[in-house]
Ligand binder design. Structure first.
Ligand SMILES: CC(C)(COP(=O)(O)OP(=O)(O)OC[C@H]1O[C@@H](n2cnc3c(N)ncnc32)[C@H](O)[C@@H]1OP(=O)(O)O)[C@@H](O)C(=O)NCCC(=O)NCCS
Length: 351
């Protein structure tokens, strides 16, 4: 039987500070009722603290993963970090995470595909396992969206939160694991969702800052339409080419941007909502972290052999899907005492 890359463990991290809809209603002209009705989001976690970036949350998720699986950092052969909010332009956030958790002398790099980044990174990692190159890979999605969200833009700031999630990928000879993936991009969608300044085309100046060009710019209604179309397209295609009928799917694991996007997509595919993972009510849209945070949050419910349909979309535009069979009994997976361990961040001496 073909060796598959299977997810053998998952862990997540959200920072302790919570930003509720009521808090946002004090910051911009909005209400809890509007946010809840239009998005399904009630609260999100925000990373506070000087010198803390996406790597801090990614490292927390990876540390938890290593602890849970009793894996030594030196046993990891590759680490890929999906992020849209890297700590720095360079070095990449994956390198910083490796340094923080003690993973040395292995390849580590970032994948940037906005909200689809985790799915893209997972697909890259899967190839190394299927080819027999590596046997233990960590894929982490980590985003500190609060660093690039404009908290005067009411249509955008209500959507996003901070968080990280990480999975371990290992070979599985019983046929469980990542069975199929689809990745798609369309650069013409950049106009609807982007951050204009801070890159090589528009380096930071006093003017770019004054014009608020270092924040996410989003045309919500256009992104919404694309998201429903893109998620429906890839999930339908994955189901069709793997001969999957709706009643054969145990869990849909969608990117968590807006409850209405997920509901419409599920409805189009005939997938009942009790089979759909939702975490956006408490975490908001954590960009690359939404899918691993869903897996972490629902781990107890996942059983060996469960059929999962992953679906993502994001800025770029990017979108994609994956068909995964779950490789272990989540209820029996080791738990960390008290959930997330306290942060172990130590400030880098060169900063
Ligand atoms: C952003 C989003 C929630 C807005 O919801 P919507 O139903 O499309 O709302 P619209 O943009 O049509 O705006 C409707 C009205 O609500 C207003 N509004 C926008 N945000 C608001 C808020 N937070 N509170 C109150 N009113 C708000 C608008 O100003 C507009 O008012 P107007 O009719 O007087 O002009 C929705 O478009 C969305 O979720 N888009 C996709 C975003 C996404 O998925 N991004 C992540 C990509 S990975």
């Amino acid at each position: 039987m073909q060796t598959r890359a299977a997810i053998t463990a998952v862990h997540g991290y959200v920072p302790p500070d919570v930003l509720t809809n009521a808090d946002l209603a004090r910051m911009v002209d909005t209400t809890d009722a509007w946010i809840t009705e239009r998005t399904g989001i009630k609260e999100r976690h925000i990373l506070k603290g000087e010198g803390l970036g996406s790597s801090h949350m990614g490292a927390e998720a990876v540390r938890g993963l290593l602890t849970k699986t009793k894996t030594k950092p030196e046993d990891i052969e590759l680490l890929i970090c999906a992020t849209t909010t890297p700590d720095f332009v360079h070095p990449c956030t994956a390198n910083l995470i490796c340094d923080m958790v003690g993973i040395r002398s292995v390849g580590s790099f970032d994948v940037q595909a906005a909200c689809s980044g985790f799915l893209f990174a997972l697909t890259v990692a899967q190839q190394f396992i299927a080819a027999g190159t590596y046997k233990k890979i960590i894929v982490v999605g980590a985003d500190k969206m609060s660093a690039i969200v404009d908290y005067t833009d009411r249509a955008t700031c209500v959507l996003f939160g901070d968080g990280a999630g990480a999975v371990m990928l290992e070979p599985n000879a019983s046929g469980y694991g990542i069975l199929d993936t689809i990745l798609r991009s369309d650069g013409s969608g950049a106009q609807y969702l982007h951050q204009k300044a801070g890159g090589s085309r528009m380096p930071p100046t006093a003017e770019t800052i004054a014009k608020r060009l270092h924040y996410v710019h989003q045309e919500g209604a256009s992104v919404y339409k694309f998201a429903v179309a893109g998620m429906s397209e890839v999930t339908r295609e994955i189901m069709s080419r793997n001969n999957l009928r709706a009643n054969m799917i145990d869990w849909v694991v969608p990117h968590q941007a807006n409850r209405r996007i997920i509901e419409t997509t599920a409805e189009r595919l005939g997938l009942p909502l009790d089979k759909v993972m939702f975490t956006l009510q408490k975490f908001g849209n954590t960009t690359t972290a939404t899918i691993p945070l869903c897996l972490w949050d629902y781990e107890d419910k996942l059983k060996t052999g469960d059929r999962l349909l992953l679906a993502a979309f994001g800025g770029g535009f990017t979108w994609g899907g994956a068909y995964v069979t779950w490789a272990y009994d989540g209820a029996k997976a080791p738990k960390l005492n008290g959930g997330v361990q306290p942060a172990q961040f130590t400030k880098s001496p060169w900063l």
